[in-house]
Ligand binder design. Structure first.
Ligand code: DQA
Length: 147
């Protein structure tokens, strides 16, 4: 069974109460339950990790290269400036899909840049919690194509 890891970056633990007009009212826990159950329906093992700390996200990416076949990453604000997270993604051989709830390209100027996009297999942004679900589907399709 293929194994995927969902990594949520800073402030995403507050989903449900954080800027609901932008990120929706579904809670962090309920979104994670939906992600895991969709992944299981697709025959994927799925685990979830969240951290507000750049180094912890990097450590988790490094560890994932041994235990997982792919990563779905919402790096939060680190997306826009963390060269260290970009380098961690480039350093591991497993595919990483970049995800955002909001359409970062339609928001503040500083959010238009993703320094991680060039080292991810693709970016899904703007579909709320469905961005994660679409990433699960994309990961499944990639695994199937590679068989
Ligand atoms: C986000 C977009 C980022 O710009 C922001 O800093 C976040 C959430 C999103 O999911 O839309 O924390 O990654």
């Amino acid at each position: 069974m293929k194994r995927i890891l969902v990594i949520h970056g800073p402030n995403l633990n507050l989903l449900g109460e954080r800027e609901p007009g932008v990120y929706g009212t579904d809670t962090f826990d309920s979104i994670n339950c939906e992600i895991v159950s969709l992944a299981e329906k697709k025959g994927l093992h799925c685990e979830v990790f969240q951290s507000n700390h750049e180094g912890e996200i990097i450590d988790r990416l490094h560890a994932a290269r041994k235990d997982f076949d792919g990563v779905i990453l919402n790096a939060g604000a680190y997306t826009h400036y963390s060269s260290a997270i970009r380098d961690a993604i480039a350093a591991i051989r497993i595919p990483v899909i970049e995800v955002h709830l909001s359409n970062i390209h339609a928001r503040d100027e500083f959010r238009h840049t993703s320094v991680i996009a060039p080292v991810c297999v693709g970016q899904i942004a703007g579909f709320g919690k469905h961005s994660y679900f679409l990433a699960v589907e994309a990961m499944k399709e990639m695994f199937d194509d590679a068989r």
